[in-house]
Design a protein around this ligand. Structure first.
Ligand SMILES: *[C@@H]1O[C@H](CO)[C@@H](O)[C@H](O)[C@H]1NC(C)=O
Ligand SMILES: *[C@@H]1O[C@H](CO)[C@@H](O)[C@H](O)[C@H]1NC(C)=O
Length: 283
């Protein structure tokens, strides 16, 4: 174990001790237990449920994510309605979360409305390869836009990417991602952070023609359930060098940070598209 890993571990233990002290009954995504886990062989996803009692749901949960979306099994539900997202532009921070690279929105950035419930955008992060599959196909990357309601309810919008042309969002972050990769993670802070200044919401305000909806969980420990998932049907493109850019700041056991697909356990996947403007249900 080198000095960097050691200080990180000490930090995680201290953080866990503090959190246990606080004994929060419903840990939200910001205050979750930081027991070390990864995607490697020793602390990998099939072991998460045994790493700590707070991660038990990863093993015993009956509505876990990600899943494979079988298009033929998805049931059209017109009541879902088109996706309502109101984002503004505000300061944001690029962060190396150790298990993924992401962007934090600490200022009020905007909201997602599902069934009349308001969820505020808190953060987004990438997984490479994708976590969700469509018709058995795992794609090359997946972006998760994580929203939280006032009562801690979570709603995630997922966008899938296959190798191809550059993704405009990652292009806009190119210099900062390179800076993050160069940053010495051991310096002073527990995690490398790079201010992005004002982040343009146009980069993430995609209006989908079609999406899938199901009830699942966080895809990382503590695997908390009752997460409302919205997976956009249209697979977008990302270039190979951009996938490498998203992986560069991460340590080896986190570079491929996709949890395997989980069993449905009878859950129904719903689909929505506007039958008037998109009568064929195109992606
Ligand atoms: C269709 O969506 C609405 C709104 O989310 C929901 O209340 C309803 O239960 C769904 N219908 C089915 C059959 O799942
Ligand atoms: C946003 O960030 C800039 C520097 O990047 C700073 O000058 C400004 O005060 C920040 N705005 C808010 C509302 O914090």
């Amino acid at each position: 174990m080198d000095g960097c890993r050691f200080s990180l571990l000490v930090l995680l233990i201290v953080l866990a001790a503090v959190l246990i002290g606080l004994a929060s009954a419903h840990p939200g995504p910001e205050e979750e237990m930081e027991i070390e886990y990864n995607y490697g062989s020793n602390l990998g996803s099939n072991k998460w449920g045994n790493l700590h009692q707070h991660y038990e749901t990863c093993l015993s949960g009956k509505m876990q994510s990600p899943i494979d979306i079988d298009k033929n099994d998805a049931v059209l539900n017109e009541t879902l309605g088109s996706l309502i997202r109101k984002y503004t532009s505000a300061n944001a921070t690029l962060v190396n979360h150790i298990y993924s690279v992401g962007v934090l929105f600490e200022e009020d950035f905007g909201e997602l409305v599902i069934d009349g419930r308001i969820y505020t955008l808190k953060q987004m992060h990438w997984h490479t390869p994708s976590e969700h599959q469509i018709n058995g196909v795992r794609y090359d990357a997946e972006l998760h836009l994580v929203h939280q309601a006032y009562d801690d309810g979570i709603a995630v919008v997922a966008i899938l990417y296959q190798l191809g042309r550059d993704d405009p969002l990652v292009s806009a972050l190119k210099n900062k991602l390179e800076e993050l990769a160069d940053d010495d993670k051991c310096k002073k802070e527990e995690r490398a952070e790079i201010p992005l200044g004002k982040f343009d919401s146009k980069l993430i305000k995609i209006k989908p023609r079609k999406y899938y909806r199901y009830l699942g969980s966080l895809t990382t420990p503590p695997c908390t359930e009752y997460v409302v998932w919205t997976v956009l049907a249209r697979v977008r493109t990302i270039s190979n060098s951009q996938v490498e850019m998203l992986r560069a700041p991460l340590d080896k056991p986190y570079k491929k940070n996709a949890r395997p697909v989980q069993v449905l356990n009878g859950r129904k996947i719903q689909a929505y598209y506007d039958q008037i403007t998109n009568p064929l249900g195109n992606e």
